[in-house]
Design a protein around this ligand. Structure first.
Ligand SMILES: [Zn+2]
Ligand SMILES: [Zn+2]
Length: 132
């Protein structure tokens, strides 16, 4: 069982199995909301302990498409935790339990600020990862 929560504790959830993958996004959107390290979770692995109603969703204007969920009280980024997709990314920062998986890729490296140095050997992509 993997536990997750926001900074103030109003939002708490669990995952009944580990995320499938971890990736780091360097796009300006993820950077602004402080959600660069993402883990992909299956929707049916997420259970709410409390605070689902305390999660707000910001839907950006075009050309940006991804909705951003966050705690209404403390602002902790929660990724796409309210998504109806089968699998979606949430912020790895919101997880309290440690994970065995490691970062698999860096995406939108072209938008990365120079002060952030990539210090692992994971695959790097200028934009979205190329899936082969
Ligand atoms: Zn909170
Ligand atoms: Zn991003």
């Amino acid at each position: 069982m993997i536990e997750g929560s926001c900074c103030c504790g109003a939002v708490q959830f669990t995952l009944d199995r580990p995320p499938s993958m971890m990736g780091t996004c360097h796009c300006s959107r993820c950077r602004k909301v402080g959600a660069n390290v993402l883990v992909f979770v299956a929707r049916d692995s997420v259970s709410w302990v409390q605070g689902r109603e305390n999660v707000a969703r910001y839907q950006p204007e075009a050309p940006y498409t991804y909705g951003r969920c966050f705690c209404r009280t403390c602002g902790t980024s929660l990724g796409e935790i309210l998504s109806e997709e089968e699998s979606f990314p949430i912020s790895a920062h919101a997880l309290d339990s440690d994970l065995e998986i490691r970062n698999r890729f860096h995406e939108f490296v072209a938008e990365k600020p120079s002060w952030y140095e990539i210090c692992d050997a994971a695959e790097q992509y200028d934009g979205h990862p190329v899936t082969t």
